[in-house]
Design a binder for this molecule. Structure first.
Ligand SMILES: Cc1cc2nc3c(=O)[nH]c(=O)nc-3n(C[C@H](O)[C@H](O)[C@H](O)COP(=O)(O)OP(=O)(O)OC[C@H]3O[C@@H](n4cnc5c(N)ncnc54)[C@H](O)[C@@H]3O)c2cc1C
Length: 408
């Protein structure tokens, strides 16, 4: 007897239960579409790791709120950027853009947990511990089918791959990527600082890479917390990972020029390899890519999840229309999604490459120019505002795809 057909058959399949996949699954469910989410890992538990955080932009926070996710977050109203070679600095504030906040820092695990709770409440079929090992791509009008180990292939109407930067699904479809290895690692942790963070996201460019302090809520004992992302060239990052806590806190305080006083304590560190990657195509017959599966960006500007959720905003109306018209199998329906999102994602990838190169160590004229440039920019409100709108991805009000119809 053939193995029993797995549950979720005939639905829109989202592969990957990271932040982007969960946001897509929830948006599809809210749009009334049958959706199944599969992830090879275990269901997110109630145990939270506060070391990994993301800075979410106002449009992304508003989109999540529209899905019923009121994110537990630390708002920030200011951003300060400076570099190692001199005193010039760049200051941004929400007030000058007429915003209540520039964004909010969210703990990854907390947001993912909230999304999964909402998915469960919405009745979405969730399959944890389900690794997609192959895909039977559509042919002669048949739907694609997911292969999950020994189970009978599971026919689905479309495969939405949000399976991360390595994206096995992208590989299975034979979609190539443009890669920009950076030879860097990001060391992340949560620290206790002597002074409060002033609702400011701080970024200092060091000769070996950027160091970010992102504001978090005080802990129960009233101690001031920040999330730290310290990007550094491989050898330096490995050395930072190997330091004992006391030496790490001392090195961090010095690298940050004690802007928030001494670093009083740090949680155990985690580290991630850094690089940029862009998929050659976002769609193939039976498949569409989003999130890190389509584009991996340096965390310098904290944009990975923001770009991924903007993919969701653009994709949901297309999927909804395709489901209604029975055209999901036709990759041409994703042309508009790919056009609009590729433009945005490529712009951000290029900007990050240029920024990283621009702040690479330099002596003499380049360093002088950079210092002059930062100082000049800080005194040009109009240019600075345009820069900030671009850097934060605030291209004006975004229509909510569940309320406003198809985004073009
Ligand atoms: C140090 C660091 C700091 C960052 N800071 C920020 C920030 O401040 N702001 C921001 O917006 N972004 C930030 N980012 C980027 C952000 O973390 C990523 O862009 C985001 O997590 C990608 O989400 P995703 O859902 O696309 O992929 P992932 O989170 O990688 O999820 C992919 C999921 O797919 C599953 N999967 C993979 N293969 C299979 C398979 N074959 N079958 C089933 N399931 C599978 C995996 O188990 C995983 O759960 C940062 C990144 C780093 C490294």
């Amino acid at each position: 007897m053939p193995p029993k057909a797995p549950s979720g058959e005939g639905s829109l399949a989202v592969i990957g239960g990271g932040l982007v996949g969960c946001a897509l699954a929830l948006a599809l469910a809210r749009a009334g579409l049958p959706v199944t989410l599969l992830d090879q890992g275990p269901a997110p538990g109630a145990v939270m790791d506060d070391r990994r955080t993301v800075a979410l932009a106002p449009d992304v926070l508003a989109f999540l709120a529209g899905l019923g996710i009121e994110v537990a977050a630390s708002d920030y109203q200011h951003m300060t950027v400076w570099e190692h070679a001199g005193p010039a600095a760049l200051h941004f504030s929400a007030e000058e853009l007429g915003l209540a906040r520039l964004g909010a820092i969210v703990e990854n695990d907390r947001l993912r947990y909230d999304l999964v709770q909402a998915l469960t409440a919405a009745g979405v079929t969730l399959r944890w511990g389900a690794a997609v090992t192959g895909v039977r791509w559509p042919s002669a009008g048949a739907d694609p089918a997911l292969c999950l180990g020994d189970e009978a292939p599971m026919p689905v109407r479309i495969v939405c791959a949000a399976d991360g930067g390595q994206s096995p699904l992208r590989g299975m479809a034979g979609i190539g990527t443009q890669d920009e290895p950076m030879g860097q690692r990001a060391v992340v942790t949560t620290v206790i600082t002597e002074r409060p963070h002033e609702a400011t996201a701080w970024q200092r460019f060091l000769p070996t890479g950027p160091l970010a302090f992102l504001p978090l809520a005080d802990d129960e004992a009233g101690r001031h917390r920040c999330s730290v992302v310290w990007s550094a060239d491989e050898p330096e990052a490995r050395a930072l990972e190997a330091l004992d806590d006391e030496a790490f806190c001392a090195a961090l305080g010095e690298a940050f020029e004690y802007r928030l006083g001494a670093i009083l304590a740090a949680k155990p560190r985690a580290a991630f390899p850094l690089g940029q990657r862009h998929a050659d195509r976002y769609a193939a017959p039976g498949l569409v890519l989003l999130g890190d599966a389509a584009h991996v960006i340096h965390p310098l500007a904290g944009q990975g999840v923001n770009l991924g959720v903007r993919d969701v905003m653009a994709l949901v109306p297309v999927l909804r229309q395709g489901a209604e018209q029975g055209t999901l199998g036709n990759p041409r329906i994703f042309a508009r999604y790919e056009r609009s999102r590729r433009r945005d994602n490529a712009l951000m990838l290029r900007a990050l490459s240029a920024l990283k190169r621009g702040f690479a160590p330099a002596a003499g004229p380049l360093s002088w120019l950079r210092q002059g440039g930062l100082g000049w920019l800080d005194h040009q409100p109009a240019v600075r505002q345009r820069f900030m709108v671009q850097a934060l991805g605030l291209h004006g009000p975004q229509p909510h795809p569940l309320k406003e119809g198809v985004v073009s």
